[in-house]
Design a binder for this molecule. Structure first.
Ligand code: NCD
Length: 306
């Protein structure tokens, strides 16, 4: 299987998703073998980050290095000619001369799609505004499979800023390919966009609520997210909602024994630090999944493995 770009989870069918997860597993198993360093040997990844990032950028870079490739790029557009007024199109036309694959994160929705239309080399979306974050979703699915051995049959709650959070937009869509029950828990005003619910509600059972406590005893996965402060048009609105939910030991009292808490990170105050040492916390193992899954995506779009 081969695909050129990774822009939106909507471009992926279940078969493609399963192929990425299988490839990630294979590469994770090959990590200590010499041959893995041959896969992307001589290839260059360009990481263009117009928004802050820790995990996404560094795990892509780690993935490329582990495949034997090399990395160029920027973590801050203010140090590039964008500052002088260069357009995204011209930036992409330039960078594609230096690299074999581009990973881009941009505050504007649709920016990655535009980059893919301009570029002749593969483009991977590392987050475009509040829209999509498909590679995060793939690593989230990989993590769920690793933790439970399956995705089917699970009850999965997505908690937090479901309006502006791009990770949950992509994840909700991908989960609708599986036999799961979904709970969307959001503070008032930050609910999952209607168009996403409409897209998936005939495929998957959804319960919408703003009552975290009542949902906790039912679920197998609690996927928490940060309120996306930077996307609020009005800071006063953010101040009203901030701190409106928090996962702590007390609220976890009624949780299922096998509950796994996930989070794309960064966390601000959604998960109290005391939860880290409980068996519920899976979020730092989830961080690791970024490496094999991004190794798989890079290998596939570069066409360097079968
Ligand atoms: C997320 C993002 O950038 O959308 N972070 C990530 O990639 N792991 C989540 C967030 O910023 O809240």
């Amino acid at each position: 299987m081969k695909f050129q770009d990774v822009i939106s989870i909507n471009d992926f069918g279940k078969e493609e998703i399963e192929y990425v997860l299988k490839t990630a597993k294979r590469l994770e198993n090959e990590l200590n073998e010499q041959k893995i360093l041959q896969y992307a040997k001589g290839k260059v990844l360009a990481t263009l980050f117009f928004e802050p990032s820790t995990r996404t950028r560094l795990s892509f870079e780690s993935a490329m290095h582990r495949l034997g490739g090399s990395v160029i790029g920027f973590a801050e557009a203010s140090s590039t000619s964008v500052k002088k007024g260069e357009s995204l199109m011209d930036t992409i036309r330039t960078v594609e001369k230096y690299a074999d694959v581009i990973v881009i994160r941009h505050p504007r929705e649709g920016a990655a799609r535009l980059a893919a239309e301009v570029a002749e080399i593969p483009v991977i979306n590392a987050g475009d505004g509040a829209n999509q974050h498909p590679t995060q979703t793939l690593l989230d699915l990989y993590t769920i499979k690793k933790e439970f051995g399956r995705i089917n049959g699970l009850k999965i709650a997505l908690l937090g800023d479901l309006k502006y959070g791009r990770t949950v937009h992509s994840l909700a869509k991908a989960l609708s390919y599986y036999n799961v029950k979904l709970y969307f828990i959001a503070p008032q005003g930050l609910e999952m966009p209607r168009h996403i619910i409409e897209e998936i509600s005939d495929k998957v059972e959804i319960t919408e609520t703003n009552d975290l406590e009542s949902v906790i005893p039912e679920v197998d996965v609690l996927y928490a997210t940060r309120i996306q402060k930077e996307r609020f048009p009005d800071p006063a609105e953010y101040n009203k909602i901030k701190g409106s939910y928090r996962i702590d030991l007390k609220i976890l009292n009624g949780a299922k024994e096998g509950l796994k808490i996930m989070h794309p990170l960064p966390r601000v105050d959604e998960i109290s630090y005391e939860v880290d040492k409980t068996p519920y916390s899976a979020y730092f193992r989830q961080v690791w999944s970024g490496v094999p899954v991004r190794m798989a995506l890079l290998s596939i779009v570069l066409g360097v493995i079968e």
